[in-house]
Design a binder for this molecule. Structure first.
Ligand SMILES: [Zn+2]
Length: 316
């Protein structure tokens, strides 16, 4: 059993924001920087997924990209479940010369003489293991031993440390399978059964609740700074015109039947206010109430409320 890894919600939110800001907006380059970092993080996680396909057995149920809540919320990149042992894997896509200092418990990255400080990923993975232990207790699951690793996905990054034990838990992603196979030998006795693991897997997916950020206030952008309308999937111009049931681009003459899907998704990513016929019309620059009903009905959305005040939400 395993779930599919999808691009993180916050990445999608910032991409929607960047798409809908004028090219000369003063904040755009900072948002694009943030998007590049989140993209790199996501690539690192996909790299972990790739290396895990080389596990010689399928003893583990794999759960990817989990956002859970005890008292506070916490996030786990990759979780491997088995009746004997649980692994927590934290992936970092950090490029450069990396020094893990045991005195400050910091990761110091150097690129061309310039230093940056990061949280020690070993520390981060350890914290996640405590948080996950508490989560298991809260839902009355058995106390399965938890081990954690933090991996660096750039093979070119040089890793140094003054902490002799650090590399037991922090290493390049390509060593992940070897490290798992070594560690699992210490845990040959099952503390629970496969049925409980299946139950745990289902519960995790149920409780998984990625936090949607208020992306506009995070970047200090007001809704009226954003470009409304349907974007042309070919030339990326706004807005397309709805003519006889088809979206038409007046710049490149492209026609599309589905171009509104992206726009409706952008609405969900950017705003917290409900999507109603009126807000949809305003955002997609549609004049007809009936066309809007047709578009919304075609999208497999969840309808809330009664006919007069109907609103639509995503069917996740
Ligand atoms: Zn176009």
């Amino acid at each position: 059993m395993e779930n599919e890894r999808k691009p993180p919600l916050r990445l999608l939110q910032e991409e929607a924001l960047a798409r809908r800001l004028p090219k000369n907006h003063p904040t755009l380059s900072k948002i694009q920087n943030s998007i590049a970092k989140r993209r790199a993080g996501y690539r690192g996680e996909l790299n972990t997924d790739y290396h895990l396909t080389f596990l010689p057995h399928n003893r583990y149920t794999i759960v990817r990209d989990l956002s859970l809540t005890n008292q506070y919320s916490f996030q786990i990149d990759t979780l491997l479940l088995s009746p004997q042992i649980i692994f927590i894997l934290e992936t970092k896509n950090i490029y450069g010369e990396l020094f893990f200092d045991k005195y400050s418990n910091q990761l110091i990255r150097t690129i061309e003489g310039h230093e940056d400080g990061f949280t020690n990923p070993r520390e981060q993975a350890e914290r996640q293991s405590y948080q996950f232990q508490n989560w298991l207790k809260r839902f009355r699951f058995p106390t399965i031993p938890i081990e954690y690793f933090a991996t660096i996905s750039y093979p070119q990054s040089i890793m140094k440390t003054n902490d002799e034990k650090l590399f037991e838990r922090v290493f390049h992603t390509e060593h992940i399978v070897k490290k798992i196979l070594q560690m699992e030998q210490k845990y040959s006795t099952p503390v629970t059964d496969n049925k409980t693991i299946r139950k745990l897997y289902k519960k995790l997916l149920m409780e998984n609740n990625p936090e949607k950020m208020d992306v506009l206030s995070k970047w200090g952008i007001s809704p009226d700074e954003m470009i409304r309308g349907v974007q042309c999937p070919e030339c990326e111009q706004f807005p397309m015109k709805r003519i006889h049931g088809v979206w038409f681009c007046t710049y490149c003459m492209n026609q599309s039947k589905k171009a509104h899907i992206q726009a409706v998704q952008d609405y969900f990513l950017l705003f917290n206010s409900p999507l109603t016929n009126k807000t949809c019309r305003e955002f997609l620059l549609l004049s007809s109430r009936r066309t809007t009903v047709q578009i919304l009905n075609s999208m497999n959305l969840i309808k809330n409320g009664t006919t007069k005040t109907i609103s639509y939400s995503e069917n996740r």
